[in-house]
Structure formats: C-alpha cells, structure tokens
Write a protein that binds this ligand. Structure first.
Ligand code: AMP
Length: 326
C-alpha cells in the first residue's frame, strides 16, 4: 500500500546527509518509539549520515526510553526534517521544523490539516510505529534493523494499540509486530518497564477510584484539580494518565479526565470511548483526535460542565438507539 510514497521517502532519506526526526508534544510510547526507532534504523543503515531526534519536551513516565538530541540551528541548513505521529503542525515538538530544506510527514491521525512537502498518512493504522515497521519491511533489502530499533518500534505498536486490543488492530498489525519480534525485541524487559508501578502510583489509583463521578447516562469523569495534583505530588503527565483508570466501568462507554493546567489557566480534557465516537465532541471544545481517543481544552468550570452534559446526552442517545454495549 502507498508503495510510491514509501519509495519517495526512501529516496529522500538517501539523498540527504542530515536528517532531523521530531514528534508531537506531550509524547506517548508511539511518538517516542517511532522517532527513536526510525532514527536507530537509519543510523544503522547509513552510518555516515547525521541523524538526530530533536524535540522540546519529554514525558517522565517514558524516561526509561532514554534521552534525545540537542542540535544547533545551523544543523537545519540543507537538512531533511521528518515529523512522525503528529496530526497538525502546531503540535510538533520542535519549533525549528520549518528551517529544514524539506519536510516529510508520517502519521496515522485523520489528516484534517495537512502539512509537509511529502505526506504519508494512513489513518487506519493502529500506530505510527506500525507505519515505521511497514516502511522497514517494504525496504527490507536496503534498511538494517537492530534489536534496539525493533524494540522502540514494537513498544509504540504495543502502547498505542492498548496492547493490541483496539479497533485499528488488523492481521497486518500482527504480521508487522511479528516481523519486529523476529528481529530480537526484549519483551520481558519492555513489559516490566511498562507494568511496574511506583508505590505512589498505587496511592494515586486509590484517589482516582474514590473521586470518579458518573453522569445519569454513564459518562465517567474525574477532575484532577490543582489541589489534588499538589497533594499527590503529580506532574501534569502523571495527572493526565488517570484517564486510563476510568476505562473499564460497565455501562460507561465514554470516560473523561479533566486536568487543571493552572499555569496556563486552562483545563486539559482527555476523552475516551468504546463503540461510539468522541472526536466530534472534542472538536466542539477546541480539540480533535481519533474517533475513540481525543483531546480538548476548556477554559472554565462552566465549560467543563457543558462538555460533561454534552457527553452525557451523546451517550444517552447512543444507548437508546443501540443494543449490545457493555
Ligand atoms: P490525548 O488525550 O492527549 O492522548 O489525545 C488523544 C488523541 O487526540 C491523540 O491522538 C492526540 O493527538 C489527539 N489530540 C489531543 N489533543 C488534541 C487537540 N487539541 N487537537 C487535535 N487533536 C488532539
């Protein structure tokens, strides 16, 4: 699929001496895995090229994945910039991305606001890492995979697909994941890193379970206000992660986490769902994203309450017209 564009991307990679790879802000496993995975793959294949992963922020919980590069502005002169897993240019974690000579976008989000000189977008893919694995397999005769690169790419596939559980996972996903495992992924270490919790995290979970609220139609939500974040000594990232704790309540097909970003005078919203979409709801509140995993921003508690009411109405209508949900 998309053979031409994948060939063109390889041609571009081959023709540049310097390549800078970036991803979206507030990175997750897919953003870090895809960028670092591609970087390691290219460094192994083209030892004479200068290849960097450059971004402006990081996520504490992914610190085990190691650091990234810092480069001078001059490095962008005549360079190729590749941005992965980033739907819109305003979410690129590198303000210098436009200083490079050419820009390639590789992404699996809905392509609402395209950017880049070359754009390879496949929104049916369960992760951007799946696309990097596909890119590797398409050019297997030219690219050299290493166990380290395969581990980064596999990690992104595992985390962005909810451990291969979400709707976007296909037979192709599993075949690509299988090809990476064959390259020597250390799954024991990888999953230990993903599952071992700090003691403080357990205390956070207990706080979350105590503070989840349910609307009449079953929307589960939690508001991590500034006081709670301080009391539990949470970074914004850790506070944002609470959304995953709301995902398995029977009858609750939409769940929302509101995270007070006091310094910015705004509240980050993370929207998740099963069976029905929440992306249009996110669009209404200055956001967007995938059908069942979207993000938004509200600026007042009133707006937060409106969003909750809208979500409740959406879920109520869905339940009236559909059966078989749980
Ligand atoms: P998050 O809850 O931040 O993990 O976001 C879930 C999905 O929605 C991710 O794929 C994000 O890229 C996307 N997303 C989050 N916030 C926004 C936003 N403000 N605008 C567009 N897409 C977003």
């Amino acid at each position: 699929m998309n053979a031409e564009i994948k060939n063109l991307i390889l041609q571009k990679i081959e023709s540049y001496h310097t390549i800078i790879i970036s991803r979206h802000i507030r990175p997750d496993g897919d953003a870090i895995g895809s960028t670092k995975g591609l970087c390691k793959l290219l460094r192994e294949t083209y030892p004479d090229k200068k290849i960097y992963v450059v971004n402006e922020d990081y996520s504490d919980y992914l610190a085990f994945l190691g650091g990234e590069d810092i480069v001078d502005d001059s490095v962008y002169d005549g360079a190729l910039q590749i941005v992965i897993d980033t739907g819109t240019a305003d979410r690129i974690s590198n303000r210098n991305y436009n200083k490079a000579k050419e820009l390639i976008k590789i992404d699996h989000h809905i392509d609402d606001r395209p950017y880049g000189d070359i754009s390879w977008v496949e929104d049916f893919r369960s992760s951007a890492c799946e696309m990097i694995a596909d890119f590797y397999l398409t050019h297997k005769d030219k690219l050299k995979m290493t166990p380290e690169a395969a581990t980064y790419i596999y990690l992104g596939m595992v985390t962005d697909s909810g451990r291969f559980r979400y709707e976007g996972v296909t037979g192709e996903t599993m075949r690509l994941a299988g090809a990476l495992l064959d390259c020597g992924v250390d799954t024991e270490k990888l999953f230990a890193n993903l599952y071992v919790d700090e003691f403080e995290t357990l205390k956070l979970k207990s706080y979350v379970y105590d503070h989840i609220k349910l609307t009449p139609n079953g929307v589960a939500y939690i508001y991590m206000d500034d006081a709670a974040q301080k009391k539990l000594k949470l970074t914004l990232e850790a506070a944002s992660d609470v959304v995953s704790e709301l995902s398995a309540i029977r009858g609750s097909l939409i769940w929302l986490a509101f995270i007070d970003e006091k310094a910015k005078n705004q509240i980050r919203v993370r929207l998740r769902s099963r069976f029905l979409g929440v992306n249009e709801l996110a669009n209404k509140y200055h956001g967007g994203g995938h059908k069942m995993a979207a993000g938004a921003t509200v600026y007042t508690q009133e707006e937060m309450n409106e969003l909750i009411k809208d979500a409740d109405k959406l879920l109520g209508e869905y339940k009236k017209t559909h059966g078989g949900w749980l």
